[in-house]
Design a protein around this ligand. Structure first.
Ligand SMILES: Cc1ncc(COP(=O)(O)O)c(C=O)c1O
Length: 381
């Protein structure tokens, strides 16, 4: 009997062709990615609006660095631990675009604030005091942004009185400063119909504007109004209200975003794919690939077939743990030629799909350029 352990082989090596990539794998098309990063950066810059991309979508230091190189003022993270790899990698300006509570999270945030410019969201005065005290003890200063509900009905206060209370509470602590307002409307991002999405975004901006005017009337200037994602960015940068946008998914354009109506040059390119292989063709009319529920999130719909070397275009019909079943054009169609066929799929929802992988296989013109680690994968505490 041979002893010793067997190493897990790398999913791909630089220079590999797509057919050599072990599947299922998460592929990043670098041409599409570069174009998406550049498009968002230049559109926002043209209107004098800052871009603070959301790292919850990609969880990758390499991607954050590319966004910073394109002019981003910093990044957003949704969870305190999610920010750790970015702090350690020297991304110097991080906004926690979400509420957090508890001694451990507060201590972590304060520890980070010693390394980077940190901002955080609150929507209750009881979140302010622990952060204020801990920041003061540590001798750091954290910008705190009250979150206002501009239509989502999730986090965020929904009255001017509550905003005033938060601003007063923040003012009470030397370790904190009022950083502006967060006004993010998540469901607005996904409204189909360009006009309907525009109107929803305008309503959110009007609500945010009312809070800004309320504070100004009290002599409090609002240095930042941050919010907006991929779906509403084009409206938010025109609003005159948002000083900063937080798009995340635009770097990838997942299947759901791709299904929405876009105008002009605001349609981003699909940059994120699942590389999969057809591994069973036992029945005519269907082919079975190796990308199922453990390889792709299906909350926003099943993955869509994108490409292969075969002429026909099957339809991804069902996913089970390790299997994806795709239908060919007719139940009689011979499935045999598909055995071993590498295929590309577009995932329905990028964020939870990315969180299933340890690395991107970064590809340009059909060749692997490198493996990009997904350092914040699973850091959701
Ligand atoms: C607070 C916040 N900002 C920005 C985003 C980015 O949105 P998207 O990935 O749709 O661009 C999200 C996504 O959920 C979010 O929760």
């Amino acid at each position: 009997m041979v002893t010793g352990s067997i190493a897990v082989p790398p999913v791909a090596r630089a220079g590999d062709t797509l057919a050599q990539v072990a599947t299922p794998s998460l592929l990043l098309d670098l041409d599409a990615f570069d174009a998406n990063v550049e498009r968002m950066a230049s559109a926002a810059a043209a209107r004098g609006v800052a871009v603070r991309p959301h790292a919850k979508a990609h969880k990758s230091v390499a991607i954050a660095r590319a966004q910073m190189a394109a002019g981003a003022v910093g990044i957003c993270c949704q969870k305190v631990t999610e920010a750790i790899p970015f702090v350690n990698a020297g991304i110097g300006n991080i906004h926690i675009s979400n509420e957090f509570v508890g001694e451990a999270r507060v201590a972590l945030a304060v520890a980070m604030a010693a390394h980077v410019t940190l901002s955080a969201c609150v929507d209750d005065v009881r979140q302010v005091a622990p952060l204020g005290k801990a920041a003061q003890r540590a001798g750091v200063r954290i910008a705190v942004l009250p979150e206002v509900d501009v239509g989502q009905g999730r986090c965020g206060v929904d009255s001017t009185d509550a905003v005033a209370q938060l601003v007063d509470a923040i003012d009470h602590y030397e370790g904190l400063r009022f950083g502006g307002l967060q006004a993010y409307h998540g469901s607005a991002q996904h409204v189909d119909g360009w006009e309907k999405r525009r109107d929803t975004a305008r309503l959110a901006a009007d609500r945010a504007s009312a809070y800004v005017r309320f504070l100004e009337a009290r002599g409090i200037a609002c240095p930042v109004v941050t919010g907006g994602g991929t779906g509403t960015a084009e409206f938010d940068i025109e609003s005159g209200v948002y000083t900063e946008i937080q798009p995340g998914s635009y770097v990838f354009l997942d299947g759901h975003y791709g299904s929405l109506e876009w105008r002009d040059d605001w349609r981003f390119r699909h940059g994120l794919f699942l590389a999969s292989t057809v591994m069973s063709t036992a029945r005519n009319g269907i082919i079975v690939c190796d990308a199922g529920l453990k390889s792709v999130a299906t909350d926003s719909g099943l993955p869509r077939f994108w490409s292969s070397q075969q002429a026909s275009k099957p339809h991804y019909r069902t996913a089970s743990d390790e299997h994806g079943v795709l239908e060919l054009a007719s139940p009689e169609e011979d499935s045999a030629p598909w055995l071993g066929e590498p295929i590309l799929l577009v995932p329905g929802h990028c964020d939870p799909t990315v969180n299933l992988y340890d690395r991107y296989v970064a590809v340009r013109h059909g060749r692997v350029e490198g493996l990009w680690p997904i350092e914040a994968r699973g850091l959701s505490q």
